[in-house]
Design a protein around this ligand. Sequence first.
Ligand code: HEM
Length: 278
Amino acid sequence: MSYRDSKENENVHTDFKEKMTYGEYLKLDDLLSAQERLSSHHDEMLFIIIHQVSELWMKLILHELKASIDSIRTGDLQSAFKMLARVSNIQTQIIHAWDVLATLTPAEYIEFRDQLGQASGFQSYQYRMVEFALGYKSPHVLKIYEKDPALHEQLKEAYQAPSIYDVAIEKLFEAGFDINPELASRDFTKVYEADPTVEAAWRKVYKNVDQYWELYQLAEKLVDIEDWLQQWRFRHMKTVERIIGHKMGTGGSSGVGYLKKVLDHRFFPELWDVRTTL
Ligand code: HEM
C-alpha cells in the first residue's frame, strides 16, 4: 500500500468549498504570480526570486526592529532581546542566499542584464528603512519615491524617527551615565557620529557586566546585528564582483567600488571602539 493510500491519510481534509485553504491564507496566487521574467532567459527566474526572498526577509526584519525600538523605549528589554535575536537569525539566512546567487555566471547574467534598465537594489526602500532604523540616514531614497506619496510619507517618517541606537543611548541616560546632553535633542535625520561620553559609558558597562547586565546584553545584540549586516554587505560586494567585475551598476554607481566604500560605514561606532579601549 502506498503512502498516499495509507490509513494515516484517510482523515486528511479535502472538502474546502466553505473553508479557507493554505493557499488562500498565504495569498499564494498573488505571491507566486509575481515572478515575471522580462527575458526568456532561464536564469532570470533565480535573479527575481533571490531579490523577492530578500525583500520578504527584510519585511520581517523591519517588523522586528520597529517593535524592538518600542520595547527598548518602554524599558521592556527582554522582549527586545528576543526580537533582536530573531533579526540576527534572519540575517544569516539572507547571507546564505548569496551562495545560491553565486551560481549565476557572468555569461548568464549578461544575457538579461540590459532588460533591467536602471532598476537596482540601490532603490530598495525596505533596505533603506532598515538602515534608517539602525541609524544610517541617507535621504536620496526619499527623492526616488516622490512619485508614490504614501510610500514617500512612510519613508519620511522612518527617516525622521530615532534609531535603535538613539533609544539605546536614551537607556544610558536613564541609567545615570554622564552622557553629552546634546545627544538627547539631536536631529535624528543626521547620521550618528561617535561621542566620547557614549564610549565611556559602554566601557563602564563592559567593565561591570553584572551591574549592567541588561545594557551589556543590549550592546552585544546590537553588535550582532551590525556584524551580520556588514557580512551581508561584504558577500553582496564579492558576489557582484564575481558576476559583473568592475562594470558600473544599473543604479548608476561605480559598482564594486561603491559597494566597497559602503562597507566603511559603522552604525554603532562606540561599540566597536570600546573593544580597543577596554
Ligand atoms: C546579479 C546580482 C546583483 C548584482 C550584479 C548587484 C549589483 C549591485 C550594484 C552594482 C549596486 C550598487 C548600486 C548600483 O549602481 O546599482 C547594488 C546595490 C544594492 N543591491 Fe545589489 N546586486 C545584485 C543582487 C542583489 C540582491 C539579490 C539584493 C537583495 C535584495 C541586492 C540588494 C542591493 C542593495 C540593497 C543595494 C544598495 C546598497 C547600498 O547602497 O549600500 N542586490 N547592487
